[in-house]
Design a protein around this ligand. Sequence first.
Ligand code: CAA
Length: 379
Amino acid sequence: MITLSEEHRMLRAMVREFAEKEIKKESQENDKAHRFPVGLVKRMGELGLMGVAIPEEYGGSGLDNLAYAIAVEEVSRGCAGTSVIMSVNNSLVGDPLLRFGTPEQKQKYLKPLAKGEKIACFMLSEPQSGSDATHQKTTAQKKGHQYILNGTKNFITNGPQADFGIVFAMTDPSQGAKGVSAFIVEKGWKGFRVGSIDEKLGILCSGTSQMHFDNCEVPEENLLGKVGEGIKIAFSTLDGGRIGIGAQALGIAQAAMEAAITYAKERKQFGRAIGDFQAIQWILADMATSLDATRLLVYQAANLKDQGKPYAIAGAKAKLFASEVAMEVTTNAIQVYGGYGYMKDYPLEKYFRDAKITQIYEGTSEVQRIVIARSLLKD
Ligand code: CAA
């Protein structure tokens, strides 16, 4: 059983109020207009949400990973498009910069990122390389004191808005997975440009795009970690990122369940509230049970990371379970709403669309099952 500290409870109350008063007010409009929530991102920076588990000396809030999971859960209750912008800054970029960055890289990139002054992106996927992430085609050739990058990255969250990002590229294609290295690249550098913007099903206020490298010159001091460490950096980063996506799925499902409960009490059919019917009661009971189980898995994974214990498998289980629950709960919440749930006037269809991506990004449900099964079968 995971006990929340006073600090965790205060954080939850603070982020819940932010989600209720500020995020929910504009989430449906931002979704409709596919509008990046500039004001909310600024507010998340002011509230310390862009670097929750980053130490204060690097501009973060200095809290733990459980606090980070709680913050993502609550922001996601308000809007999952907004929460993914936050989670990329925190776990996909902030975390590897903290673990592998040089003191100079931490000052230059981590600090403004954690303060929310800069937005960043994580560039691993390529058009031909999604789940099969070690098969990178982007290359980085050493030339004097620079690396010359060429290639295309795909489905990059925050790509259109990011000030900088971490990119993975082959420094030695003959070495396969061991030939991949990680680099920090800045927007505006010659040869680095945003490609086509993706039209998506959900999380519509967040930006997603291709990113192109055409002979982009990257100074050697922007190598992150050591040459050949790229896949290790990417996969260990995703281990933590998956806890965040589990928390995101949890927050979406929580919002959908709360809406379904409210509606079940208000909506009258056949002369009584639909919540009086056992058909609806059983749906709500199953939702509440699944959500409790999800919360335990997500918090447990975060807690293991906080204790310095192995958390990759717990994170994979949390993400797998949470994202499947999010799809089930959001689907059933629409069912409780009936026709109204299908309409854009209510947030239910948005929860459903947003939930779907949690089964796909930062490793599909199938990839999580590979990770979990390998741990069961290894010698
Ligand atoms: N931490 C550190 N190193 C790890 C690791 C981990 N968790 N898992 C594996 N490695 C190492 C391995 O030890 C191996 O190195 P050695 O050869 O030196 O031992 C190397 O990485 C390759 O590992 P595998 O042989 O296990 O790799 P694989 O090709 O069999 O793939 C996989 C396994 C689980 C399918 C993996 O490729 C994977 O997780 N794929 C999914 C990728 C993914 O999650 N992409 C998400 C993109 S980012 C995103 O979605 C962001 C966003 O939009 C918000």
